[in-house]
Design a protein around this ligand. Structure first.
Ligand code: PHE
Length: 450
């Protein structure tokens, strides 16, 4: 490949873009709802263990492959290995991107609706039940969610057509720190709610009787989802990294920022869940039916609710562009079509599947795939199967297949940095990460019982 590629302009730009991909609906919408479904504290504990032991090393592995190959996920494996087998990672990655962006757009459409409700001051004076009804009425209707979903996909496509530098960097740098400030303010208000402390206990004190095989697979799947791992997003981003980007530090910074935001979101949501007597197991609508109750009561709630849903939308966009980028880079570079054309094809096809996800809360709610709604099925298949397996192969590739000198070279920037953990890293990528992924996976689908 001799086409000139874009690259990120600054060190902060690199971290901001990777963090922008990682931080999204996964942290603020998905983490609380799936922690809530899996018993709170014990889920958090298992999830944190996976982030450290599997997530960070797999992220480093993606960075190593991407920066070394300078290619999209297909091209990367083609360049670095003669064997065709590894292309399975590319295939699974493109499929996962397709599925994830389909249901991501549905949640983004709820975010847009809640932004308009915030602007219209519709939460004022509403009870918790009334807010839940607002959510249910909207998500189960047909046209408005579809239109908002389309708007979101169109915005994603427009940014991706703009290219890496102009498109992605600009949006991430200023707005994510602002989001953190707003969530912190929400936290303060949530914790001071009457009865709110129950929520903190729920989130931070593990109840080990809640441990199930599903919890392990959900925690593993979510650690991949929230870090944007296992499908080549960060691999593709790393192909735009510069020679002096420190891959280890970048992985740790991204994972830390991502985890902090998820925790801050949890600290906002669970106290409110207990204070307003909603159920932690409410499912995908949890954040939407919970947070407006806090806005409704707190000083400056009107302004903050607008800012919150606006920035949640932006966080969703900086993630969705990274997902679309995987498919676009693949189409453009492997099939030699223009970026614009690739983006239009990919986003239209994804939107078509997304329509089914959005309608699965309304007209299609009785359509089931393996007992799940279409929305849940795409989420579970992508997050709990495709991403962990992709991560397992990526880890094995770096541990066993890639020349050790290359792995060492990428981690040290070819002698620019000193490292002491190389053997530990090899041990994790060769054994610990792939084996634990495999066991959790077999256990989760019921083949292995422990
Ligand atoms: N990590 C993103 C989030 O938490 C979602 C995502 C998943 C993005 C997979 C890219 C790849 O919202």
């Amino acid at each position: 490949m001799s086409t000139p590629r874009d690259s990120f302009s600054s060190k902060f730009g690199v971290i901001a873009a990777a963090a922008g991909s990682a931080i999204g609906l996964g942290n603020i919408w998905k983490f609380p709802y799936i922690a809530g479904e899996n018993g709170g504290g014990v889920f958090l504990l298992v999830y944190l263990i996976f982030i450290v032991l599997v997530g960070i090393p797999v992220m480093m592995a993606e960075f190593i492959i991407g920066r070394r190959a300078h290619q999209n996920v297909f091209g990367a494996f083609r360049t670095l290995s003669k064997s065709r087998r590894w292309r399975i990672v590319g295939i699974m990655g493109v499929l996962a991107a397709f599925f994830i962006l389909s249901f991501y757009g549905t949640v983004a459409s709820w975010t847009i609706e809640f932004l308009t409700l915030a602007v219209k001051n519709s939460f004022e004076g509403q009870s918790a039940e009334q807010i839940a009804t607002m959510f249910n009425n909207f998500s189960s209707s047909t046209w408005k969610p579809l239109i908002y979903h389309l708007v979101f996909m169109a915005m994603t496509a427009i940014i991706v057509i703009g290219g890496i530098e102009k498109g992605i960097e600009k949006y991430t740098k200023i707005l994510m720190p602002l989001l953190v400030v707003i969530i912190l303010y929400l936290d303060i208000n949530a914790v001071s709610l009457k009865g709110g402390f129950e929520g903190i206990k729920f989130l931070f004190f593990p109840d080990f009787t809640k441990l199930t095989p599903t919890l392990f697979i959900d925690a593993l799947g979510h650690s991949f989802f929230t870090l944007s791992l296992g499908m080549g997003v960060l691999l593709t981003y790393a192909s735009y990294f510069k020679k002096d980007t420190n891959l280890t530090n970048t992985s740790i910074s991204v994972a830390t920022a991502d985890t902090i935001i998820a925790l801050l979101a949890g600290v906002a949501i669970f106290p409110a869940v207990f204070a307003f007597n909603t159920e932690p197991t409410a499912g995908p609508g949890l954040v939407f039916i919970t947070l407006p109750n806090i806005f409704e009561q707190m000083p400056g709630g009107y302004i903050f609710s607008i800012l919150f849903f606006l920035l949640l939308g932006v966080a969703a966009l900086t993630s969705s562009i990274s997902i679309l980028e995987v498919v676009v880079a693949y189409l453009a570079e492997e099939h030699k079509i223009s970026r614009t054309k690739a983006t239009i094809i990919a986003s239209s096809a994804i939107f078509a599947t997304g329509v089914l996800c959005t309608l699965s809360f309304g007209p299609l709610k009785n359509v089931h795939i393996f007992n799940w709604t279409i929305f849940d099925a795409l989420d579970k298949i992508a997050s709990n199967i495709l991403l962990p397996l992709g991560g397992m192969f990526i880890s094995l590739f770096v541990g066993w297949k890639l020349n050790k000198r290359i792995v060492f070279g990428e981690l040290t920037n070819y002698a620019g940095i000193k490292i002491k953990f190389f053997n530990l890293f090899l041990f994790i990528t060769r054994y610990l990460a792939p084996i634990s992924i495999f066991i959790v996976f077999l256990n989760g689908i019921g083949i292995l019982k422990f």
